[in-house]
Design a protein around this ligand. Structure first.
Ligand code: NDP
Length: 476
């Protein structure tokens, strides 16, 4: 049947026809991972996210900077503003972050530094998942902890030595320039989105892995190119998510902890816990960077506003809200709550790591391995790529993957809850992270279901019979 599909595609059909018709007798399509016929609602959601998310980040920054992270107080100020030209202008002047030369220089320097480190720090080559067009791309990653983890260690050592040892800059430098950095990263996030949109049309890296949905807005938001690159190895997605994005995460926290010490004369146990817990998440990411190549971000998402602006702005600002909150507020968790925070963190981390490891391990070993002391159980699933070739993959059904289809998300959400709990229960703002992650991950379970069904056809149905629950057994 695959041969028939190839013949039909070569005969030249429209994208929409291809999507509708290119399904073989096993329910698989050669065009999985592609989107066609984007609904009006989806386009409206994309437009709203592009327009409102930057305002949301600014609102959260503003609430923290001017109103001790109280969204109610910020809302009150907005509602009290007379709807006149002067009133609205004054509101913007008072509440929006201001651009500064230092902000642009700091962020520009950070990007250049990360770009150079990505290029020069020794690395080994890891391989991503096979793309819908059939490529298996090489990446410079931290196999045996070479590139990403080394860069993280060097960066943090330089930051601590430069600030604490040699006094070249205050350790609070990021917190001090937080508003100006927000402006600089937003400018960069939008420029990057426009650049990759144009690049996808004019000089794509892998033309056959581009996704044209028929809606320019959706393409701008979700991205056209799957793996935009400079040359063979300078990968936009891996670089922007991991290097300026995730590497900044722990530096930002450190800087807010330094600012807390400067203003309050101590670093609270809540701030210490938050720094440690975020560091575990970030170091785990870099230690297992090779694994990251086979997750949805790298293996399936295309590079548009969602990832380019998201990695540049959303990730560093919204993922570190708790340290901003702890700087602006005094929180004293009782010993019992503090212990609960750590229990959630440790339990969540174990689930997260074990689940992610089991999935990667069984595929690396081609199923010839034990999970929890027993032979791994799995479904050997076949899929097609758009070059007409047939490949096989493994869908694990034992270990934590026997409980639900995304048990790794449960571990992540437990850790997210622990992060938020360090801020106590007074305000909604620091809890935004777990709310956002819950929406993101639940939505992912649906997105992943659609994509895997198109990719694996009847094998996915078989998998769903073996593991019927998406996230929480007997609930969802
Ligand atoms: P998964 O690790 O669950 O990967 C899903 C993919 O794995 C599927 O698309 C499929 O891809 C493959 N797969 C599905 N079922 C099985 C199975 N039973 N056995 C083997 N492979 C299977 O999802 P994510 O990539 O979203 O998440 C990875 C980790 O990153 C998670 O722990 C998550 O919590 C975390 N995360 C963190 C975020 C953050 O911002 N902090 C954001 C998103 C995720 P295929 O078969 O095509 O290879």
């Amino acid at each position: 049947m695959a041969v028939t599909l190839r013949q039909r595609n070569k005969a030249g059909v429209t994208a929409a026809e291809k999507q509708a018709s290119a399904v073989d007798d096993k329910g698989r399509t050669e065009t999985w991972g592609r989107s066609f016929q984007i609904s009006f609602l989806t386009r409206a959601i994309c437009a709203s996210i592009i327009a409102f998310c930057p305002l949301m980040v600014i609102a959260f920054w503003s609430a923290c900077t001017h109103y001790q992270c109280s969204l109610m107080a910020l809302g009150g100020r907005v509602l009290d503003t007379p709807p006149t030209k002067t009133g609205l202008w004054q509101l913007i002047v008072d509440l929006f972050p201001h651009p500064t030369k230092e902000g642009f220089m700091l962020f520009g320097g950070w990007l250049i530094y990360q770009g150079v480190m990505y290029a020069i720090v020794p690395s080994m080559i890891g391989y991503g998942q096979r793309t819908p067009a059939g490529h298996r791309l090489p990446y410079k990653v931290a196999i045996h902890h070479v590139n990403g983890l080394n860069i993280w260690i060097i960066t943090h050592a330089l930051f601590l030595a430069g600030s604490l040892q040699f006094g070249l800059f205050p350790a609070s430098i990021i917190a001090d320039n937080w508003g100006a950095l927000l402006v600089a990263t937003n400018v960069y996030g939008y420029i990057l989105t426009v650049f990759v949109y144009i690049k996808a049309h004019l000089f794509p890296s892998h033309a056959d892995d581009r996704k044209f949905s028929g809606s320019w807005l959706y393409d701008f938001y979700m991205g056209i190119e799957m793996n935009p690159r400079f040359g063979k190895l300078w990968d936009f997605k891996l670089f922007h998510n991991g290097r300026p994005g995730i590497c900044a995460w722990t530096l930002i926290n450190l800087s807010f902890a330094a600012k807390e010490f400067e203003t309050k004369g101590y670093v609270s146990k809540e701030m210490i816990a938050l720094n440690l817990m975020h560091a575990v998440y970030v170091v785990d990411f870099f230690y297992n960077e090779d694994w990251y190549l086979r997750t949805i971000d790298i293996a399936h998402d295309h590079f548009g506003f969602y990832l380019s602006w998201g990695d540049s702005v959303w990730l560093p600002w919204m993922y570190t809200l708790q340290s901003h909150y702890l700087l602006r507020n005094v929180v004293h968790l009782s010993p019992a709550v503090y212990a609960l925070v750590w229990a959630l963190e440790i339990g969540g981390y174990i689930i997260f790591r074990v689940a992610n490891h089991q999935k990667d391990y069984v595929r690396r070993m081609d199923g010839k391995c034990k999970i929890w002391g027993r032979d791994a159980r799995f479904i050997r699933a076949e899929y097609l790529t758009s070059d007409g070739k047939k490949h096989s993959s493994i869908l694990l059904t034992s270990g934590l993957w026997g409980f639900t289809q995304h048990f790794n998300y449960i571990g992540d959400l437990m850790m997210c809850t622990a992060f938020c709990m360090t801020c106590g229960f007074q305000h909604l703002l620091p809890w935004f992270y777990v709310i956002y992650m819950s929406i993101l991950l639940v939505h992912r379970t649906l997105r992943d279901d659609d994509r895997c069904r198109a990719k694996y056809g009847v094998y996915w149905d078989e998998y769903q019979k073996a593991v019927p629950w998406r996230l929480i057994p007997y609930v969802y």
